[in-house]
Design a protein. Structure first.
Length: 246
């Protein structure tokens, strides 16, 4: 569902701070919560690996169940050149190996990656407190909104709650633990998007054109110098180099 705050920047470029912040509070209520509830219900009804493929196969037969799986796995492979394909294959083999070793290692790796992704933004938020100007959060121009980009960014970052259903067979007591896990995950995901947006839009002057993928690294550089190293390891050497030259 979420790989961290990177990827939400386009919502500010498309609609400005206010709509971006509101979107990541309201959209979960009209999309993420219903999808998570459906996943919790169906995952406890079919506590087996396969998730939505099993649901579709049970409802409509294997004729539609097979395309449901192939459609999701095949389409991403159609885009990108050789480096993208090579990276995707390498990552696929790595994740396959971790799954082969067992669900325990997958869980711990996911937790560590989550901490690694979120912790820099917590630090960035603390550093940004003296520079926050709440008035910046209310900037909005309804006549200059790219609704396609805005809604697509919200949908992309708050979708795919049914993915956990593919591991329902590995969950101990899924009737109890699956709904609880989805509940806490939903809260954490929304906070992981909302908090960095709150910091980024409130701590620096607004330039919507700059808000694109990876802009949080630039914000960290503006706010904390080598704090950027925690968000983008490539950036700290550039900061030091600039200071020496200055």
């Amino acid at each position: 569902v979420s790989g961290g705050p990177f990827g939400v920047e386009d919502s500010v470029q498309a609609a400005g701070p206010l709509l971006s912040l509101l979107g990541f509070l309201v959209f979960p209520l009209i999309w993420s919560v219903p999808e998570a509830l459906i996943t919790a219900e169906m995952g406890t009804m079919f506590p087996e690996n396969g998730g939505y493929v099993v649901w579709v196969s049970t409802a409509f037969g294997s004729l539609l169940g097979f395309p449901a799986r192939m459609d999701e796995s095949g389409i991403p492979a159609l885009a990108g050149g050789l480096p993208r394909v090579a990276a995707a294959l390498a990552l696929t083999f790595l994740l396959t190996y971790m799954n082969y070793r067992g669900l325990a290692i997958v869980g711990w790796v996911a937790v560590l990656l989550g901490i690694f992704s979120i912790l820099p933004f917590v630090v960035m938020g603390l550093v940004a407190i003296p520079k926050l100007e709440p008035s910046r959060w209310f900037a909005m121009n309804l006549h200059d909104v790219d609704w396609n980009l805005y809604l697509n960014t919200l949908f992309w970052n708050l979708n795919y709650w049914d993915s956990i259903s593919t591991l329902a067979g590995e969950v101990d007591n899924p009737k109890k633990n699956l709904p609880k896990a989805l509940f806490y995950a939903l809260i954490l995901v929304v906070l992981s998007y909302f908090f960095p947006l709150l910091v980024g839009t409130g701590a620096i002057p607004l330039n919507r054109d700059l808000w694109t993928d990876g802009y949080f690294s630039d914000i960290a550089k503006i706010l904390g110098g080598c704090l950027v190293e925690m968000v983008d390891p490539r950036g700290c050497s550039n900061v030091k180099y600039g200071n020496v030259r200055g």
